[in-house]
Design a protein around this ligand. Structure first.
Ligand code: SF4
Length: 382
């Protein structure tokens, strides 16, 4: 089966948030034209190669295209870009791919960039899911994060998104931010719920190397500790479950049936296409990525780096599947663990007694407690 998911990276942002280490730049909007030309040329060059019987696309003379079931336009801030650019991009993609009628097409939007004309244009192109970088419903926390939008702008963006007919939207929220109390966090969760999102993604703030936050929060005592972060995480899990959300992945919650199909595809371990600066893809058993330098990408968009870390298929499947509530097959452990069968069984029992996991139908499912420390749990098992 050819891959059925495709990612497009749009690296432009109004301002650069001080905690962000994504491939994104502010004050580069003058390059949008050039960037989209590069994207189109990358798609052209690579799809000619992918759409061979080996790539699984076009077979012989019959134009049996790869069928896309999910497209994700992420960034950066894709909502900064006029729909006409995406129109050009989609017409290029349609030369190489069929887009299924029920294709989930997500676009990321940041408050402060929402425009009715743009949203209506996105809708017309078939974009049917909007992921909104709300991050917090507390002004002080937004300020600490260096976000340049206000809560009013977030509310305005959400109401525009709804008005333009996007019923399926996600809210991103960040917790464990310096200065955050339990009250601030629970109030943000409740305010988010009042807005009726179909999906909530929530991540703990991490201090990434080479970001301004690395210098501001040099002292580890200046950021919330792991215990406090885990309390906030459990609070989130409990409230959202009580309100009928499905906790289907470590950091992702949805109304039943509104899981992000695109991201599920990654976590299941399926292959996917990706285009744009710093885009990472998984095709024909190989993970490759594009340069992280904007100018280099625009001058040579087809350049690819092979990520040459050895991938053990079973190890990767455990790593990815353990993030999901469906868990992973216990048999996979026998294939990669240094422990013998007896030791594996004992470790599973111990971790289960401590409330980190459950063994059901020969699958290991991490509990909320286990999910918060999933890497440590996997290390114990492997
Ligand atoms: S808006 Fe998002 S992508 Fe852009 S700088 Fe902020 S966190 Fe990074």
């Amino acid at each position: 089966m050819p891959p059925s998911s495709l990612y497009l990276h749009i690296p432009f942002c109004k301002t650069k948030c001080p905690y962000c280490d994504f491939a994104s730049w502010s004050n580069k909007e003058d390059f949008i034209d050039q960037y989209f030309d590069a994207l189109i040329s990358e798609i052209k060059i690579k799809c000619e190669v992918y759409n061979t019987p080996v790539g699984g696309g076009r077979i012989g003379n019959s134009r049996d295209y790869s069928l896309l079931r999910t497209v994700f336009i992420g960034g950066g801030t894709p909502s900064l870009v006029h729909p006409d650019y995406y129109k050009k991009l989609f017409s290029e993609l349609k030369k190489y791919f069929k887009i299924s009628k029920d294709c989930e097409i997500t676009l990321e939007l940041n408050p402060g960039t929402a425009q009715k004309e743009y949203l209506l244009g996105y809708k017309q192109l078939g974009i049917n899911r909007i992921s909104i970088g709300a991050q917090s419903f507390n002004e002080n926390i937004l300020e600490t994060l260096g976000r340049k939008h206000t809560i009013d702008e977030t509310l305005e963006a959400i109401s525009l998104v709804k008005e333009c007919g996007f019923d399926n939207f996600n809210l991103d929220l960040i917790y464990a931010v310096p200065g955050m109390t339990e009250e601030i966090w629970t109030s943000t969760i409740h305010k988010a719920l009042d807005l009726n999102p179909k999906h909530i993604s929530s991540y703990s703030l991490t201090i990434e190397p080479n970001t301004p936050f690395e210098h501001i929060y040099k002292n580890p005592n200046s950021v919330p500790d792991g215990d406090f972060a885990s309390d906030l995480y459990f609070e989130l899990c409990n409230i959202l479950k009580e309100k009928g959300f499905n906790h289907y992945e470590i950091s992702n919650f949805s109304r039943p049936g509104f899981e992000s199909k695109h991201n599920l595809n990654y976590w299941i371990g399926n292959e996917f296409y990706a285009f744009g600066v710093n885009a990472h893809r998984y095709l024909n058993g190989l993970r490759t990525s594009n340069t992280k330098e904007l100018e280099t990408y625009m001058s040579n968009p087809s350049l690819e780096i092979i990520n040459d870390f050895p991938i053990d298929y079973n190890f990767e499947k455990i790593m990815l599947n353990s993030r999901l509530n469906q868990g992973f097959e216990v048999n996979l452990l026998n294939k990669i663990s240094k422990k013998n069968q007896f030791e594996i069984t004992e470790t599973i029992k111990d971790l289960s007694n401590l409330g980190y996991l459950e063994l059901l139908d020969n699958r290991i499912h991490l509990t909320d407690k286990g999910m918060f420390v999933n890497n440590e749990i996997l290390l114990r098992l492997i």
